[in-house]
Design a protein around this ligand. Structure first.
Ligand code: R5P
Length: 278
């Protein structure tokens, strides 16, 4: 799809398999027409399409690609969706809300998708919403290799989950890093405004004296979560703050806020295409 062609090309180069010719025509009114030009009869087709911003457009395009492949005779369609949009709306938080992820899952299944491959989900319960084959991969192993290679990041460091939902993630990373110590931050988010408050840290001994904290999260959207965590860690005497976030969603002012924050460096993957300016 058109959401991250650079990634699709890199995967195609790695596999030494050409990218299929896909015609995506945009009408003057903004509607898209998707047409596969290759013969896909009895083929297993793999679509690469993160559903990051513009979320709805990328989803609709994904639906159309699946549909045109199935109609053209593809025997099996796998969608690699590195970042799965709407995954945070997986249940009713407040009365009257839609469960958006359930709608997405029904739509993907209705178009005939056979298998979904995605990365570092917000919660490990997400696959339960889908009834098709579902593979949940992670960038944590790649992050661990990067951390191991850089002494200034690796030495006398502690892994930090910026909220209770990320404990599983830092335990896995700690395991990859010879049991690097870890701690968790308690976070409150205002459901109306989205603003984030980091209240306290669980798991750091008062007398401990870490040089660096490595905050690990699934995604960086507004940047509020990791910035609030970084501020709290600085208050607790930790000098160097690094952030590892799989999905650089980088909404609105996030790049500027991160640039002006106490965070030294942010590591992300290339699952989402990021504008140069960001
Ligand atoms: C929330 O539970 C997620 O794991 C992320 O921490 C969160 O979605 C990041 O969003 P933001 O950057 O807007 O705080």
């Amino acid at each position: 799809g058109s959401a991250n062609k650079v990634l699709a090309q890199r995967v195609s180069n790695c596999l030494k398999l050409p990218l299929s010719k896909l015609e995506i025509f945009i009408f003057p009114d903004g509607e898209r027409r998707v047409r596969v030009l290759d013969n896909v009869v009895d083929q297993h087709c793999v679509i690469i399409q993160p559903t990051s911003r513009p979320v709805d457009q990328n989803y609709v395009e994904l639906f159309f690609i699946i549909d045109c492949l199935k109609r053209s005779g593809a025997s099996f369609v796998t969608a690699v969706v590195p970042y799965l949009g709407y995954q945070r709306q997986d249940h009713v938080f407040r009365d009257g809300e839609a469960v958006s992820l359930e709608v997405i899952s029904k739509a993907l299944e209705a178009t005939g998708l056979n298998k979904l491959i995605t990365f570092d989900l917000h919660t490990i319960k997400t696959p339960d919403i889908f009834s098709i084959e579902f593979v949940h991969l992670s960038a944590l192993r790649i992050f661990s290799e990067i951390i191991k290679k850089q002494k200034e990041i690796h030495q006398n460091s502690i892994l930090i989950s910026p909220d209770m939902g990320g404990i599983r993630r830092i335990k896995i990373l700690s395991n990859y890093l010879n049991n690097m110590p870890f701690a968790t931050i308690n976070k409150n988010r205002d459901l109306e405004t989205g603003s984030v408050e980091a209240t306290d840290i669980e798991g750091i001994e008062k007398q401990s004296n870490f040089n660096s904290a490595l905050i690990v999260d699934d995604m960086i959207s507004s940047g509020g979560t990791v910035i609030a965590a970084a501020d709290l860690l600085i208050k607790n005497g930790i000098k160097n703050i690094y952030v590892f976030g799989t999905h650089p969603v980088f909404s609105q002012q996030a790049p500027a806020l991160l640039q002006n924050s106490a965070i030294k460096k942010v590591f992300v993957t290339d699952g989402i295409k990021i504008d140069k300016a960001k």
